[in-house]
Design a binder for this molecule. Structure first.
Ligand SMILES: [Zn+2]
Length: 247
């Protein structure tokens, strides 16, 4: 059986003498891990379409153990590692997050579109770090890990007028002053600015965030909590790596 879909390459690795195993986030089928046979023998356009961060239309064959990617037509090659090292690193980080947080064959067109968008705006952005962090929060929200930022994640009381804010990574949101007295474990103190910023990020298009500016120390706080939050939620997702070991 053949099938065709648009996709963005999340990961590409050499396999045996001439093959490549690629992980592609596709629009219509979610994440797919497939093999491209003999692709490293010749220098071809097909080979370039299997590089990380390339957006193409792919043609797959249904295989017995693993699907085979047999043809591709490049739509857009987002970054070149040699020309734009820093932006490439941010873009590579975005696809890594998508790879870590998704399961094979779970379709999510919103996430596909968001990924395409972040790669597009990263090229123009004055603030690639803020854009990448915002992409991560929006990704978490799309995947059902939207944090609770208006109400306490334990008792649901409004946290609006609180002077001190605590974020709990595991529980997925802010913890109010009453609840914090009872149990402080796993709670990280955050600024009021952080709370406002993440709330804003979750409702603002990446095109707008792309050229926004915020103070450096605020970015640092945002980065710290983002990394903790992503690390916690991605711990469980190592299925692809395990699957590759069986080949
Ligand atoms: Zn509470």
């Amino acid at each position: 059986m053949l099938y065709k879909t648009e996709g963005i390459v999340l990961k590409s690795m050499e396999y045996e003498e001439a093959d490549k195993i690629v992980t592609i986030y596709t629009k219509n089928y979610g994440k797919i891990t497939a093999i491209a046979k003999g692709v490293r023998k010749t220098k071809s356009k097909f080979g370039s379409s299997l590089e990380i961060l390339t957006h193409s239309v792919f043609l797959f064959y249904k295989g017995r153990n693993i699907d085979i990617v047999s043809q591709a037509e490049i739509l857009e090659s987002f970054f070149s590692v040699s020309k734009e090292v820093i932006k490439f690193a941010f873009a590579a980080n975005c696809v890594e997050v998508v790879n870590k947080l998704t399961e094979e064959r779970e379709i999510n067109i919103d996430l596909f579109n968001l990924l395409k968008e972040v790669l597009h705006y990263l090229r123009e952005s004055n603030n690639p770090k803020l854009l990448t962090l915002s992409f991560k929060w929006q990704t978490m929200s799309i995947l059902g890990y939207r944090p609770s930022l208006n109400h306490c994640c334990r008792c649901n009381k409004s946290v609006k007028d609180q002077k001190e804010m605590y974020f709990n990574i595991k529980e997925g949101g802010l913890v109010c002053n009453n609840c914090i007295v009872k149990d402080k474990e796993g709670c990280v103190k955050v600024s009021i600015y952080f709370n406002k910023l993440v709330r804003k990020i979750l409702i603002t298009p990446l095109s707008t965030i792309s050229n926004a500016t915020i103070p450096d120390e605020k970015i640092k706080e945002l980065e710290k909590i983002t990394d903790l939050y992503i690390a916690y939620h991605s711990e469980k997702s190592f299925k692809t790596d395990r699957f590759l070991k069986f080949l």
